[in-house]
Structure formats: C-alpha cells, structure tokens
Design a protein around this ligand. Sequence first.
Ligand code: PLP
Length: 434
Amino acid sequence: VDDHKLAEWDKKHFLHPTSSIKQQQEEGPALIFTEGEGIYLKDIHGKKFIDGLSSLWNVNVGHGRKELGEVAAEQMSKLAFSSAFATFSHEPAIQLAKKIADITPEGLNTVFFTSGGSESNDTAFKLVRHYWKLKGQPDKKKVVSRKKSYHGVAMGATSATGLKPFRDFTTSLAPDFYYVESSPEAFRAFIETEGADTIAAFISEPVQGTGGVHFPPKDYFKEIKSICEENDILFIADEVITGFGRTGTFFGVEQFGIIPDIMSVAKGITSGYAALGGVIISEKIHQDLIDLSDGLFMHGYTYSGHPTACAVALKNIEIIEREDLVANSKAMGEEMLAGFKWLQQEHDIVGEVRALGLMGAIEIFREGNERFAEPLSPKIVAESLERGLIHRGVIYEGADTLIFAPPININKYEINKMINILHDVLSVVEKNID
Ligand code: PLP
C-alpha cells in the first residue's frame, strides 16, 4: 500500500497513544517505520534513524534480533497460549518466574505476570491493599507517590502518577492516591498528618523517566525505606524503565542500595518483542499471603503469564546475560555522559547534564538557571529527527529537557554518532536564537 493511502487510513482509523489528535489530523503520521536493526529504525522511505529512546525505553537489546522472533515462532507453533489460572501452568511461565527470582535482589522471589507496566502497577496497588486487609488493617490503603512520577495509564496507575497532565486527561480518578515532594521530610510530614495506619504503600521509580530523567537526592531511597519500615508501609519500586540493565545494574534499586518489598517490571523484560510485565513480591509478603489467605486470589489477566511472551522474555534475558549488556550499559552510559559534558562546553544553551547508565538528560537554559520563554526542546527534537536521531523533549511544568535512553547494546562509535548529531543540531538551534 502506498504511503499516501497509509497516511489517510492512519488519520481516519488510528487513534494514536499519547498524541496530539489535532497534529495527527493536520500532519498525518510523521514517520512510518518498517524495519529495525541494532540501534537503528528504518522508515517507509528507507531513511535510517538512531532510536535514541529505545522506542519507549523498552527495546533494550536493540532491534532485529532474529532469535527472539524464532523463539516466539517456536513457542507459538507448540503452545501459543494456555491458561495459568488456578492450578494450571506451563513451562515458559515457570522457567521465567524462576529466572526472575534468580536475577532480582535478595528475597524478591515470586512473580505475578501482567501484560505491561500499567497493569503491573495496578496489580501492586490492589495487592498491597489486599495484603493489609488480610493483616486485619483494611484502612491501611493510601498509596503515596512522588510529584514528578509516571506510573502508567490504567486507572490506578494514572491516579498514582504525579505528573498532572496525565491525571487531567480524565475526571474521576481512583481514590486514596497522594503525592509528595521528593524529600524524606515531606514523606515524614505526610505520615504524621495522615497517620501510618492509613498508608499502605509508597511507590517510586528508582530514576524518574517520563518526568525528565531525575535521580533522587543522595541517600533519599535509604531514608525513605527506613521510614517505610518504621511505619509498616510497603515500598514499591517501579522498575518498568529502570529494570533489565537500563541504569548499568540489572535493576535500578541496586544503584541505591535498597531492596523493595515489591517491584513492578515490564518493557525491558522482553525488550518490546512481546507484551509482558510483572509484579515481584518479597518472600515475606508471599508467605503472609499464603498463611492469611481468606479465600481465592481474585485477580488475574487473561494474559498473565502468556506462554509466548514468557518464552521471548527468557531468551531476551539470556541475550542480556550472554552479551554482558548490563556492563555495556554502564560503560556506554559513561561515554554518553562524557559526550554530554563536551556538548555542555561547546554550547551555551546546554545547562546541567546527567546520566545513570544509559538513561540521560540535557537541560536547556538561556543562561545560568533561566529558561527560554518558549522551550527549545521541540525545535531541537525536530532538528534531530531531520538528521536521523530520535529522542524526546520534556516540557511539562517549566522543564526544557532532552532525554535519552538508547538500546543497551549500543557501542562507542554509535554513541559518538549520536553526540555529533546533537552537536550539529545545537549549533543550528543556537544560531537562530534572537
Ligand atoms: N511505570 C513507568 C515508570 C513507566 O515509564 C511506564 C511507561 O512508560 C509505565 C509504568 C507504564 O507501562 P505501560 O506503558 O507498559 O503500561
């Protein structure tokens, strides 16, 4: 089908996720992708792009991995799907559950499978409330998150998301969600006001992704974890982006020396080759659920533990381990940060730069700490696209931030290519500032 026809059908029949409907109607699809190989995507006209955000922070092992396609085809031909409800099971889910127990931090040994990050977080929120109900504390149900957080778009996940524009999309939200500033003091003050016996859990991304790649203040998580322990509040780490090597350790929490009670994962678990997520719980929670169960565990998705998705995840984790991609993420993250620092020297509009593994950001400033009246990120992102680099700009709540998360199998040469494109783009944009 020719691209004009595709563009027409796109406008008429395809409501795009997280998009501007108006822009889509006016301009049609900016790019129609057809292929991927390594860190590159190719569009319908054969133009190549560096996938500087691993698509949606998820294509960790890069594009075009034939063995992931083969393992999916093999599993689909053998047993594409069967139920895992009640006592039914199948080998791919069992093998993956065991593998996840092996690679996650100490004590996180049992996984509930979902189809993605939003379902993982909604599951975690229902689970912590179920847990406290079983413990005889049904009023312990508030969930506390941070103000620049993003936790997805299901009803609970939207309600837990600190970034207001995502909540403002709809009217009624789920009850009992609260947001605090990113300081231990703010959390302590919240507990004092509301009462620990009303708070079920605290949730945080180890590094905030959608909010603009923000690392927590030093020792923040250690303090938050001890406040949680003092007050019998469960700690949920949302590792949907940070899991599976993104930050230079297998999981983001490892950077901060804490072990959560619950961990949400998705994205990098399959590197996007199949839709899968999970909620991993501690041995203590698992044992309490067993000991205190008041009947059935009334929560499960049709695709919880989808055999094909699980087979893909297992192979994906095998690739991450075989190619030592966690170490590569750390090493190439350092290269990327060095590149950002060089850009900072070369360009007046580059303010703070930061990266942890292959999750990085460049702040755009007029001078010092003064932002441009009109953020420059959209212009920069458009110029990058012209030159074959895809990345994102964050402009919520006064930000003007470029964010990056290339595939974790990226090499030094490719990092340099990315930095050189950015250098050209920043030069052009700087020249046009009045
Ligand atoms: N949590 C975090 C930290 C995310 O970044 C995302 C997605 O970007 C989600 C949850 C939601 O995951 P999904 O889009 O797979 O539902």
